[in-house]
Design a protein around this ligand. Structure first.
Ligand SMILES: *Cc1c(COP(=O)(O)O)cnc(C)c1O
Length: 414
């Protein structure tokens, strides 16, 4: 490593207004990891998360027992799905209260919202869903299942796996038969950041609804769901929200669709009066109608800690650092890795990329194993991509340099 690179990393870290947030993470729990470059897949735990989970078990669950559902210091657990939803809406999504709920996994919430939109479309003679070939697998698989279940046609847009979906492509695909169009805001592979506002307009001009998957954008890029006029959105809380493995997802249902769209998994917890225990399902009039069964309360404890940290940092500052991190990684890749046949498969323009970048070389599957053995932890995505997920609150510029230098050592010898 040249001192010039080390100096630049040190300068960037010294000038980083968010640098101190890194100290809030439980870094010492992974002493063998010198560079964690996968915060876009599973965020690191905060120290406060360990304390809060312990406190929750002892004081709230252990102390309140069943009474916790209706009374505790943050409101009863019954209210957590919408209280935490509102907080995620405010801090992360650009969504006013009453439109976001925490429940299920992204996959399950995605199913519910797509089914609701498809059924509403079918009632108006709209029988197509527009989607793209490079969307995250779970989205594509759920769409295939719903297409078979409801007899709708999927209209696939072929997306460039090194870039992503564009408004022009969407304009050419939507029409009077479109019920719904759904895409990822930040592409899981390339990191491409879609023009969500522009694409939302194009879809709605065709009379259809739009559903954004925000898994890779929530907590890394600025979102403005209300002002973009988004209809539906889902996302997970274990990536940039640091909620922990399998943490529950969030769903956004714009106020104007509440009581109009109907999700298919009608359970007692989405009922207007769950404890009436009466005959016949009647959905809650608000966003709670997206809930089906008992909410995953324990899983929400770490999410609350993560969102509270994001609120203190501010999403605008997070995005600013994210752009600098990815730019630093791209500059290093050009200088240190490109001479060894490594290609960049992420948009170059800052406005067109999210918080992670993808590098490609044919032997990267084996290279990833070597990196992990060296304490450098990115992830591998078939066929030949190493993804570097640079979570702004927990990743330092020095860590990015260490990771890329380790990668350079391996690729220059291979
Ligand atoms: C991570 C991710 C998911 C994950 O869905 P789960 O139900 O939590 O497994 C879905 N969509 C996208 C775009 C993702 O990046």
């Amino acid at each position: 490593m040249s001192t010039q690179h080390a100096d630049r990393a040190a300068d960037l870290d010294a000038a980083d207004p968010l640098a101190s947030f890194r100290d809030e993470f439980l870094l010492e729990a992974a002493p063998g990891v010198s560079a964690y470059l996968d915060g876009n897949s599973l965020g690191r735990p905060l120290k406060a998360t360990a304390t809060e989970v312990d406190r929750f078990v002892r004081r709230e669950w252990g102390g309140r027992l069943i009474q916790g559902w209706t009374e505790d210091e943050h409101g009863g657990w019954m209210d957590w799905p919408t209280l935490l939803g509102d907080q995620i809406g405010r801090v992360v999504l650009g969504a006013a209260a009453g439109q976001t709920v925490v429940a299920d996994s992204t996959t399950v919430l995605f199913y519910k919202l797509v089914r609701a939109a498809v059924d509403a479309g079918l009632a108006q003679g709209r029988d197509e869903v527009v989607c793209d070939t490079d969307n995250f697998p779970t989205d594509r698989f759920v769409l295939e299942g719903i297409a078979a279940e409801r007899g709708v046609r999927l209209r696939w847009i072929e997306t460039d796996p090194a870039a992503g979906i564009t408004a022009e492509q969407v304009r050419a695909a939507v029409g009077p038969r479109t019920a719904l169009a759904t895409f990822s805001h930040v592409a899981y592979r390339s990191g491409h950041l879609a023009d969500a506002a522009g694409i939302t307009r194009v879809v709605q001009d065709a009379g259809a609804l739009v559903l954004w998957d925000l898994c890779h954008s929530a907590g890394s890029v600025e979102l403005a769901l209300d002002s973009w006029g988004v209809d539906l959105a889902v996302g997970c809380s274990y990536k940039y929200l640091n909620g922990g493995p399998g943490a529950p997802a969030f769903g956004y249902l714009a106020t104007r669709h509440q009581g109009v769209l109907r999700q298919p998994v009608q359970g007692w917890m989405g009922h207007a009066d769950p404890f009436a225990m009466g005959q016949g399902y009647r959905p809650d009039p608000g966003v709670r109608q997206l809930i089906s069964g008992t909410p995953p309360i324990v899983g929400m404890v770490p999410v609350r800690v993560g969102v509270e940290q994001l609120e203190r940092a501010g999403i605008a500052a997070v995005r600013q650092k994210s752009v600098l991190l990815t730019q630093f990684a791209l500059d290093l890749a050009d200088e240190l890795l490109a001479p060894h046949g490594v290609q960049v498969a992420t948009p170059r323009e800052a406005a067109a990329r999210g918080g992670h970048i993808t590098l490609r070389r044919s032997d990267f599957r084996e290279v990833t194993q070597k990196l992990w053995a060296d304490g450098v932890v990115p992830d591998f995505r078939t066929p030949d991509g190493i993804r570097l997920g640079l979570a702004p609150l927990s990743t330092s510029f020095g860590e990015v340099l260490d990771g890329i230098v380790a990668l350079q050592q391996i690729v220059k010898d291979a």
